[in-house]
Design a protein around this ligand. Structure first.
Ligand SMILES: [Zn+2]
Length: 707
């Protein structure tokens, strides 16, 4: 049996360490000062000496010097605070063999290296010797308890009918491979929801559980735990009652975290169960996005100055624990992607900074750590470096793009920086990493899908998609091109920006600064004799004229117009000076569209229909009103908004012979729409939205918001 002398002036730490090493087969003694350590050493020389560096009176370094002089073969491991690593390095030169840092985790591989190298069990013996770094000390008692718990958790889940025996088997197999806890494995495999897991664990272990989305966190509890500690241990403080801190944790088997926390905070800790994702959200909400990075930064550096060299692709999944502004920016982008945000806005004001992200078309303010304003300039610089922009230029607008890697996936971001009186404001647009390119995924009603397929089968002509910015026009156009993309067909596009790379299609990006405009690009494209073309947008008479001419000379052309409804597309073209007969002979159809948010499936409920809906949505008097419609109530899954994800609503105006005479006499958009409604059954955006309301997908309010 190996013997160990533990020296620390803090009795609690001594007893915790002693407990740990006894459980791992060491014989331990403790000393609470340098002098006492020397005395104990003289009485009996242990195999190992575990030595705290910072002690009043005789320091750990003093003890080390004396001990090494008298017992050169004694193995000494130093314990030091994170901010005192320099001293520990010095100890290594004085003969210490290892050091570990406080606050420590017993799962830390440094422990394995310092103490357990020689204690290989038969399994690790067979492994590559370099793998010893990954061997963690195992507490046999705790392991037995876990095995027992695991059995009972599995049985309980089966008894409650939440999982099947074969799912349990699969979970146990996965768990053995990944080393995670059984519950986490079952959730990851999709056999169980996080809420079901938390409820079952709470029942089995007799620990209370909490829904963090609705829990009122006590400010005293929040003050007690720094952002660094909360994010390191992944816990959320809840309340401080008679000196006992109640904390929400996701993993009730992690007793070591609780032990360490008690020492660290110097108070008793009462665990309460909550789901992993609710804890993540709560940490963000109460401490602010990237709070631990900001805390570390202001702790160590004061203010960051040096800017790292630019790299081509930033890997955000790499450990983001650096005490640097990089960690903050990485957390900002990862959190936006996790929340399905499409853009991030960093806006400076006098003495403060605001960061907002757009989710499903609506801007939400992010909770931020209060000290963030001190880092605002450094954050903007960091983002500019990532996009290889000139960081010294702070008076002129700059645009750029950057690539980041997140969980193995590469993301494209477009960056725009504008100078304001309080510093630079940044807009970051996250271009879709993947796009569902099939027509079936566009959310088209069956009749509209049939109509679109018919338009796409035409050999030439123009199809215009209309709507304001952010109405999903690009997705529709890409899906059309994807549908038509075949080896025998040449497709060229000219876009601003190229949002998504389509395999097999040549895509050009306009550069107005060097004279490469839509019109110029179109003229050049025609010389390449494509079968199908896409023009990002028709916004000037010249582009309109060339687009029409291309359609009349045998090309199928797709483009967009900024108009509110489908019939408005006609008047827009006439306003640009296009002759009515040219519109009538070239355009196949106008498709107006908007994006509506979908009801959150987790919290959608039936709510009574109000009679005003009929007039608000201009429904036909014959349209029957259902007694209820569905509406999301707001929950953790949708951040309390009641909506999650989006789909599109459409209005199709196909050119037909009955519209020709109206067009030729320059009839108004209203007249055209009325005629199309009577003869072709045109359905307005609101009417199409109402169909989606009736199917329970969205709400009347949402349809009214976008139309
Ligand atoms: Zn919800």
């Amino acid at each position: 049996m190996k013997s160990l002398l533990i020296v620390d002036d803090e009795p609690k730490i001594c007893s915790l360490l002693s407990h740990f090493f006894e459980a791992h087969g060491f014989r331990t003694r403790t000393a609470h000062s340098g002098a006492e350590a020397i005395q104990t050493l003289h009485a009996e020389v242990p195999d190992y000496l575990l030595l705290d560096i910072r002690m009043p009176g005789m320091s750990g370094l003093d003890v080390l010097r004396l001990a090494k002089k008298e017992y050169p073969h004694l193995r000494v491991v130093m314990v030091t605070a994170l901010d005192n690593v320099e001293m520990a390095e010095q100890a290594l030169t004085l003969g210490a063999s290892h050091y570990v840092t406080k606050p420590f985790s017993f799962q830390d591989r440094h422990w394995a290296r310092a103490f357990f190298d020689e204690r290989r069990d038969p399994i690790t013996e067979e492994l590559d010797p370099t793998a010893i770094e990954d061997v963690r000390p195992r507490d046999s008692v705790a392991a037995a308890t876990h095995a027992n718990m695991r059995m009972r958790l599995g049985e309980l889940l089966i008894t409650k009918g939440l999982i099947t025996p074969s799912q349990l088997e699969e979970g146990l197999r996965q768990q053995a491979q990944s080393g995670e806890y059984l519950g986490a494995a079952l959730v990851r495999l999709g056999f169980l929801t996080e809420t079901q897991l938390v409820e079952t664990l709470a029942e089995q272990l007799k620990i209370p559980s909490v829904r963090l989305a609705t829990y009122e966190i006590e400010p005293e509890a929040l003050e007690k735990v720094t952002p660094k500690v909360a994010s390191h241990y992944h816990l959320m403080p809840l309340a401080l009652r008679e000196g006992v801190l109640h904390v929400a944790i996701a993993d009730p088997f992690d007793v070591q975290t609780l032990d360490e926390l008690k020492l660290l905070l110097d108070c008793d800790v009462q665990p309460v169960l909550a789901s992993q994702s609710e804890i993540t959200d709560a940490i963000q909400r109460h401490y602010g996005v990237g709070a631990s990075a900001v805390e570390r930064l202001l702790d160590t550096a004061g203010a960051p100055s040096a800017t790292p060299a630019p790299t081509r692709t930033e890997d955000l999944s790499a450990p983001g624990d650096d005490a640097s502004v990089i960690a903050f920016v990485n957390q900002l982008i990862s959190s936006a992607v996790k929340d399905r945000a499409t853009d991030i806005h960093i806006e400076p004001f006098e003495g403060s900074v605001r960061i907002r992200q757009r989710i499903d078309g609506v801007l939400y303010e992010l909770p931020l750590p209060p000290d963030l304003v001190k880092l605002q300039a450094a954050i903007v610089s960091r983002i500019k470096v990532m996009a290889a922009l000139d960081i010294a230029e702070k008076r002129l607008p700059q645009d750029g793009r950057l690539k980041v890697r997140l969980a193995g996936q590469e993301l494209d971001l477009r960056l725009s920086v504008l100078p304001t009186s309080f510093g630079e404001t940044v807009a970051l647009r996250i271009l879709s990493a993947q796009m569902l390119l099939s027509l079936e995924h566009l959310g088209l009603a069956a009749s509209h899908l049939g109509l679109l397929r018919q338009l796409l089968s035409q050999p030439h002509g123009i199809i215009f998609v209309t709507g304001p910015t952010g109405s999903g026009k690009t997705t529709t156009l890409y899906a059309c091109l994807h549908q038509l993309n075949r080896p025998g067909v040449k497709i060229l596009t000219i876009e601003d920006p190229v949002e998504y790379q389509l395999t097999g299609i040549t895509q050009l990006q306009i550069h107005p600064k060097i004279g490469f405009s839509f019109a110029q690009g179109l003229r050049s494209m025609l010389r390449h004799d494509p079968d199908i073309m896409m023009v990002g947008e028709v916004r000037d008479p010249e582009t309109a004229e060339i687009t029409i001419r291309s359609a009349l000379t045998g090309h199928l052309v797709f483009s967009t117009l900024h108009t509110n409804d489908a019939a408005g597309g006609v008047t827009r073209l006439l306003d640009m000076g296009i002759e009515p007969y040219l519109v009538a002979s070239s355009v196949l159809g106008f498709i107006a569209q908007r994006l509506v948010r979908l009801n959150c499936p987790a919290c959608t409920r039936e709510v009574p229909t109000t009679p005003e809906i009929r007039s608000q949505l201009t429904l036909a008097p014959t349209e029957p009103l259902p007694p209820t419609v569905r509406q999301g109530q707001g929950c953790a899954a949708c951040k309390g908004t009641g909506y999650k994800g989006r789909t599109a609503i459409y209005e199709f105006l196909a050119m037909s012979p009955s519209l020709q005479p109206l067009l030729l006499r320059r009839a108004s958009a209203q007249e055209l729409a009325a005629c199309a409604q009577q003869t072709g059954g045109l359905r307005t955006l609101r009417q199409d939205g109402w169909l989606k309301v009736c199917r329970g997908l969205t709400t009347p309010a949402e349809v009214l918001r976008v139309t």
